[in-house]
Design a protein around this ligand. Structure first.
Ligand code: NAD
Length: 387
């Protein structure tokens, strides 16, 4: 069997990698740049560390701050219209997955006609057909891996959908851990477990390959080792650097191998209850892995080892049980509620969550254990009760 492996975009990683920005912008023949960011990042001066060197070099920049977490479709429509109307010739995204996803959308749809809704994966009628504006993505969370994927996620009323095409891949990613120092503990925890989930799901995915395995296991090593320190002491440079590399590797891993059951069940929680993507993944991670454990014991033994434990004296079955317990402990240690009740989700919501989750057929197809309606309900119930 052959597989397509994507290692895009050209990336700069590591402490102070932001210093490469100007040289990269200079490579493109551009003058008018739109910087997409969220208002908080502008207020704390973080956006300015990106914009200042560009302005000093004579580029015209405009900062667009109408980004909100888990951005609704309407925010995407507004940004795309603004980008088209103002004839920018480059877009730079500075922020978490929310800002980066919107930046990709603005970049590609600047060269297309119609509404963003026309290009949605599930309900749209138009296809992305050409490359858009040159795009540079600069993450400020260590989480989504959006800087290396071809997906833009949008929130609809009670669900989420994506615009996806390889033309959404950025030209350059700059993954500088220095930009994550200001992340508060709660966001560090949620985005960090999001990245861990990407790596774990890529590793157990039916589409996993030796390439995605290497990326996923190293991501699991880095994140499991660093996340508690990053949450407790956000100024720890080594922990921030490891989280940054971990989320970048996890992004590459899941972009190539896909995600599976945790994401399929997390999307409805985000859609119906507007809970942050990282939190909805985190609360489900131990329960989904516990439920599908038997279908991927060997792989869970590997994950247990990558988390820094030793399975040498354990059977695959024993190690897989311990892996689930350690995933649960990690989520608890970074202070994320460990049950759906903890997020004020009531038991009567489990039916409608199940109904939406079974629609995620493409994602569920990558689960090593087939997950039917009853399985999905049972997982939600376990996550509700904390059992
Ligand atoms: P986010 O972008 O929504 O940001 C969360 C919060 O953190 C915001 O309030 C933001 O202001 C704050 N923040 C960000 N960086 C900060 C910093 N350095 N210091 C202080 N505060 C900071 O969170 P996210 O988890 O990175 O992104 C979530 C979005 O990404 C969701 O819409 C999700 O669906 C999407 N997503 C996309 C992909 C993809 O491949 N495109 C993958 C996973 C998730």
């Amino acid at each position: 069997m052959s597989e397509k492996i994507t290692f895009t975009p050209l990336s700069y990683t590591g402490w102070d990698s932001l210093s490469h920005l100007l040289d990269e912008v200079n490579r493109f023949n551009v003058s008018k740049i739109l910087v997409v960011t969220d208002p908080f990042l502008k207020d704390i001066g973080l956006t300015n560390t990106v914009v200042e060197p560009l302005e000093n070099a004579g580029y015209s920049t405009e900062i667009y701050t109408e980004v909100v977490p888990e951005p609704p479709l309407a925010i995407g429509e507004k940004l795309v219209a603004y980008t088209r109307d103002n004839e920018f010739d480059m877009v730079i995204g500075v922020g978490g997955g929310s800002a980066l996803d919107l930046t990709k959308l603005a970049g590609v749809l600047a060269s297309h006609e119609g509404n963003v809704a026309d290009y949605l994966n599930l309900t749209g009628t138009k296809k992305v057909t050409k490359k858009g504006l040159p795009t540079i993505l600069i993450p400020t969370t260590s989480g989504t891996g959006s800087e290396v994927t071809n997906i833009s996620v949008l929130s609809l009323e009670t669900s989420k959908d994506v615009v996806t095409h390889d033309y959404l891949l950025a030209d350059v990613a700059i993954v500088d851990p220095a930009l994550t120092i200001s992340l508060p503990p709660k966001v560090t925890a949620a985005t960090g477990v999001d990245a861990l989930t990407h790596a774990v799901e890529a590793y157990i995915s039916k589409n996993a390959s030796p390439v995605s395995d290497a990326l996923a296991l190293q991501a699991i090593r880095l994140i499991s080792n660093a996340i508690r320190t990053a949450v407790l002491n956000g100024e720890d440079k080594q922990a921030r650097t490891d989280m940054s590399y971990g989320s970048y590797l996890a992004g590459l891993a899941f972009f190539n191998a896909g995600v599976a059951g945790v994401h399929a069940l997390a999307y409805p929680i985000g859609g119906q209850f507007h809970i942050a993507h990282g939190d909805s993944n985190a609360v489900l991670l131990p329960y989904v892995m516990g439920y599908i454990r038997q279908s991927c014991e060997k792989r869970m033994k590997d994950i247990y080892d990558a988390m820094g434990f030793s399975s040498s004296n354990l059977s695959q079955e024993e190690a897989s049980y311990k892996c689930v317990a350690e995933l649960k402990r990690l989520v608890e240690d970074v202070n994320i509620p460990s049950t759906l009740k903890g997020f004020n989700i009531t038991e009567d919501a489990l039916e409608s969550l199940t109904k939406d989750a079974i629609e995620q057929k493409r994602i569920l197809a990558r689960s090593p254990m087939p997950l039917q309606k009853d399985d999905i309900f049972a997982i939600y119930k376990a996550a509700f009760d904390g059992t």
